[in-house]
Design a protein around this ligand. Structure first.
Ligand SMILES: Nc1ncnc2c1ncn2[C@@H]1O[C@H](COP(=O)(O)OP(=O)(O)O)[C@@H](O)[C@H]1O
Ligand SMILES: O=P(O)(O)OC[C@H](O)CO
Length: 497
């Protein structure tokens, strides 16, 4: 029998999903792990947790599917991006906890490098901004702050990788030190125009290049999972960072196609084809996917708080017990009250990149209560998406053709939020039947490579709509409401970055 296994190593949990030969989901398993916050603004994962939960969920999913490793034709791996692991190449022992993408410990280093005029070179070559979000300054931090690590790295004893790379190294028992182009593109060390690690950026950040993995296409031979782990060998045939995997899973293969994933945060990617757009609006340029040695580029907008604002209503304010209750509350809200909630709980991401801004709510009256808070929280996600889409349209005139936004992620289940999103962006929002687009994207890469799944066009034809949300708000209302949001943002920015 022919099955494809997708491993999704995310920020808060690891998941494994078994797909059948028709790309249908057969079984899945998921385990959450502990987040560590050793200091304010620092976020770490215990590396063994990432590995152990990957192994356990893989075993769990195979068991639930009633199959063995011998039934698996290929594995696809997708992962939380930018997170850094450094380990000893003889023992596999990490030299430090994984430093997670959300970690801000290198904010001052980044600010100093920016003040030194380094950002232009970084953006030109990597498409990124000089921000602690990306891997490079986190890697430099480990080299500079963990005893003996720099000497060991320079002696060639240590390896660096994003989480995909570390998992592949472990799954192949140290046989392969490889990553894919989409993950490499998030390190701020990889020249995405030329498709190679950048000597000059590595030199400037003092990163020994012998630590860096080989970079492959997203569908490639990444190595063979050792038999002793799951009872049979399995080939790893697909790898992509999770937001790129969702772009693939949404079949956004044509220039102008656009997806937005609403999980804890929100990540919008616009396919720009062969063109690497140099953003004037502080959006990111990145690799959407790389197949047959050819990179397809994207503009990306990253928002740190999307579904997390709903978690805050639940855990911080205690006004709901379940995320889905926000819908009924929003429907009850007094429409005369126009509250604006700016969820800058950890600063603001694209297009503002203000690490020092903090959350705010505007427009409160004596009549404001849980319903108005819930409505403002859901609306904040729509407004933030509009910020991204407007920036993309101004960066890339062809994006004006990007008529439809494809959505996925946990929060896309909220009909009310998706309707408001469509209203405020003034364009249709399409929610597909399969919301597991991240796992599907990487399963397709592996299945296509294994010769089990269709080619790109066949896969795109398979994409099926669950529901389309068309704009219902009139234009003057849309623009008045959005102007109110822009005013709220203006008043929230710290102007320190
Ligand atoms: N019905 C809903 N309405 C609003 N938000 C929701 C709903 N269901 C889930 N969410 C939000 O979606 C997020 C979970 O989505 P998920 O894709 O699982 O996120 P992640 O992969 O980042 O953990 C949570 O932040 C949750 O608050
Ligand atoms: O693990 P997620 O779904 O929160 O995604 C994290 C992103 O890859 C960060 O860039």
């Amino acid at each position: 029998m022919t099955y494809i296994l997708a491993i999704d190593q995310g920020t808060t949990s690891s998941r494994a999903i078994v797909f059948d030969k028709d790309m249908g989901i057969v079984a899945s398993d998921q385990i959450e792990f502990t987040q560590h916050f050793p200091q304010s603004g620092w976020v770490e994962h215990v590396v063994a947790d990432l590995w152990d939960t990957t192994v356990s969920t893989t075993k769990g999913a195979l068991k639930k599917a009633g199959i063995t490793a011998a039934d698996v034709s290929g594995i696809g791996i997708t992962n939380q991006r930018e997170t850094v692991v450094v380990w000893d190449k003889s023992t596999g022992e990490p030299v430090h906890n994984a430093i997670v993408w959300q970690d801000r410990r290198t904010a001052d280093v980044c600010q100093a490098l920016k003040a030194d005029g380094f950002e232009d070179e970084v953006t030109e070559k990597t498409g990124l901004l000089l921000d602690p979000y990306f891997s490079s300054t986190k890697l430099a931090w480990i080299l500079d702050n963990v005893d003996g690590v720099r000497a060991r790295a320079e002696a060639g004893e240590l390896l660096f990788g994003t989480v995909d790379c570390y998992l592949i190294w472990k799954l192949t028992k140290g046989a392969r030190h490889v990553t894919d182009a989409t993950n490499a593109a998030r390190t701020m060390l990889y020249n995405i125009r030329e498709g190679m690690w950048d000597d000059s950026i590595c030199a400037r950040l003092n990163i020994p290049m012998k630590m860096l993995p080989e970079v492959l296409d997203c569908a490639a031979d990444f190595g063979i999972v050792a038999e002793e782990l799951f009872g049979a060998e399995m080939p790893i045939l697909g790898v992509a960072g999770d937001q790129q995997a969702a772009t693939i899973g949404q079949a956004c293969f044509q220039p102008g196609m656009l997806k937005s994933t609403y999980g804890t945060g929100c990540f919008a990617l616009l396919n720009t084809g062969d063109t690497l757009v140099r953003s004037q609006k502080r959006m990111l340029g990145t690799i959407a996917y790389q197949l047959d040695g050819k990179a397809t580029y994207a503009l990306e907008g990253s928002i740190f708080i999307a579904g997390a604002v709903v978690q805050w209503l639940r855990d911080g304010l205690g006004i709901i017990e379940h995320a889905s209750e926000t819908q009924a509350l929003a429907e009850q809200a007094d429409i005369e009250q126009e509250l604006y909630l700016v969820p800058a709980f950890t600063g603001l991401g694209a297009p503002h990149w203000d690490a020092h801004a903090r959350g705010a709510i505007y427009g409160l009256t004596r009549g404001s209560g849980p319903a108005e808070f819930a409505k403002a929280a859901l609306e904040s996600v729509g407004y933030q998406t509009r910020d991204l889409l407007d920036a993309m349209k101004s960066d890339w005139p062809d994006a004006k053709d990007a008529g439809v936004l494809r959505v996925d992620g946990g929060m896309s289940a909220s009909d009310w939020s998706m309707q408001f999103l469509s209203d405020i962006i003034g364009a249709p929002v399409d929610r597909p039947q399969v919301l597991e687009t991240t796992a599907l994207g990487v399963a397709w890469l592996a299945g296509m490579r294994a010769g089990v799944y269709p080619d790109q066009a066949g896969f795109a034809a398979n994409w099926a709509l669950d529901q389309r949300f068309d704009p219902e708000m009139d234009e003057p209302t849309r623009e008045r409401r959005y102007a109110g949001w822009q005013d709220a943002i203006e008043r929230t920015l710290s102007r320190q970055d």
